[in-house]
Design a protein around this ligand. Structure first.
Ligand SMILES: *Cc1c(COP(=O)(O)O)cnc(C)c1O
Length: 383
């Protein structure tokens, strides 16, 4: 079955009890356990809930893992994964990392709960060099946020197996429609389902999918103990969003490709970071491990172009944090997602003040190109 079909025809398509074409939202917090009334697999909704369970099973099937877990946000999912570590453990993180994950890791390190080293995960050599006897895990984002660097998932998975590391991939930028790190040998996939999975900028959610035991059992304990679970209503929202993930991603990716080509030819833009461009250093590797370049790109405006001016002239694209919605979103990592990252670290990540991240929506490409054309020309003093 093709992936776009699977997104519609999954375990959540037909409600088992009623044959409804949309699953019921079970808001009950507790479940009758009187043996006189028969048995239920459910006891209390923090432990497990039928609606959340459907989402967890669906995501698990899409990522091809053994168990899925839905959380109240991407950060709740990431925080749950970080609970796998113990004081003394050392973890390798990419030096261009989602700002919230960076903050969490720094806070754990400052409290002495974790030792961390930032590495260039696109260089196997750099990763190898920073391994210590205490290294417990390797964490990647590929493409990375916001500079779209590509890590070799298969090679890093092999290294992880060799050195007995837990390999973790934040797959938010790709979604399982385009990339399945567990199939390439990773142990854990994380999602901010707020982005492409939900897809409409109207729900916050996170997910973790595990490929092996004992990680799955441990993650389940953590989910129950810390309790950062996704509500039944929001689980339903993500299930609803998932049905159109393929359709949205195809269109958003096509728009990203055309916008990236258009922006590459503009004098106001010095660099375009997009794995779909043959000039991108990770282009070949990315296309070998994923089914497409995705719908996120970043651009570096030339020093002559004031970011604020450019943004003020956008009429269609919204200027906001987040990505993966049906609307085009332009964001300024240096003051938004990476605003709390110290300036010297931001520079190491490649997050300059002239860098803008773009997540293309499903708008007609003509309208998008016209919007960027107008804003670039106006900011460049050509209107
Ligand atoms: C947004 C995002 C997160 C955090 O997810 P929330 O749902 O906002 O908590 C983590 N990783 C990446 C790559 C993201 O884009």
């Amino acid at each position: 079955m093709q992936r776009s079909t699977k997104l519609v025809h999954n375990c959540a398509l037909i409600d088992a009890a009623t044959r409804s074409s949309s699953p019921a939202i079970h808001r009950g917090s507790t479940f009758d356990q009187n043996p006189r009334h028969g048995s239920s697999p459910y006891s209390y909704s923090r432990v497990s809930n039928p609606t959340r369970g459907l989402l967890e099973q669906t995501l698990c099937e899409l990522e091809e893992g053994i168990q899925g877990f839905a959380f109240a946000s991407g950060m709740a999912a990431i925080a749950a994964v970080f609970q796998l570590f113990e004081p003394g453990d050392h973890v390798l993180l990419p030096h261009d990392l989602y700002g919230g994950t960076f903050q969490l890791a720094e806070s754990l390190a400052a409290q002495g709960k974790l030792a961390i080293t930032y590495v260039d995960t696109s260089s196997l050599e750099d990763v190898r060099q920073h391994i210590r006897p205490q290294t417990r895990a390797l964490y990647v984002e590929t493409p990375s946020n916001p500079c779209l660097r590509i890590a070799d998932i298969k090679a890093l998975a092999a290294l992880g197996r060799e050195l007995n590391l837990i390999t973790i991939a934040d797959n938010t930028f790709m979604s399982p429609y385009l990339q399945r790190p567990l199939n390439l040998g990773f142990d854990i996939v994380i999602h901010s389902a707020t982005k492409f999975l939900g897809g409409h900028s109207d729900v916050l959610a996170g997910a973790v999918i595990a490929k092996r035991e004992p990680l799955a059992a441990r993650l389940q304990e953590i989910q129950i103990m810390y309790g950062g679970i996704l509500s039944p209503d929001d689980s339903w929202m993500v299930l609803r969003g998932l049905k159109t993930l393929g359709l949205r991603m195809d269109r958003e990716q096509e728009n990203a490709r055309k916008l990236a080509e258009f922006l590459s030819r503009r004098p106001e833009v010095s660099t375009v970071y997009y794995p779909g461009l043959s000039s991108h250093p990770g282009h070949g590797l990315h296309l070998a491990q994923a089914d497409g370049p995705g719908a996120v790109l970043s651009i570096e405006l030339t020093p002559a172009i004031a970011v604020a001016d450019f943004v003020a002239h956008l009429q269609l694209a919204i200027f906001a944090v987040s990505l993966g919605g049906v609307e085009t979103i332009v964001s300024h990592p240096a003051t938004m997602s990476h605003g709390r990252v110290p300036p010297d670290v931001r520079r190491r990540m490649g997050v300059t003040d002239q860098l803008l991240r773009i997540s293309t929506g499903i708008e007609a490409i003509e309208d998008l190109l016209a919007d960027f054309d107008r804003a670039l020309s106006a900011a460049g003093g050509r209107h």
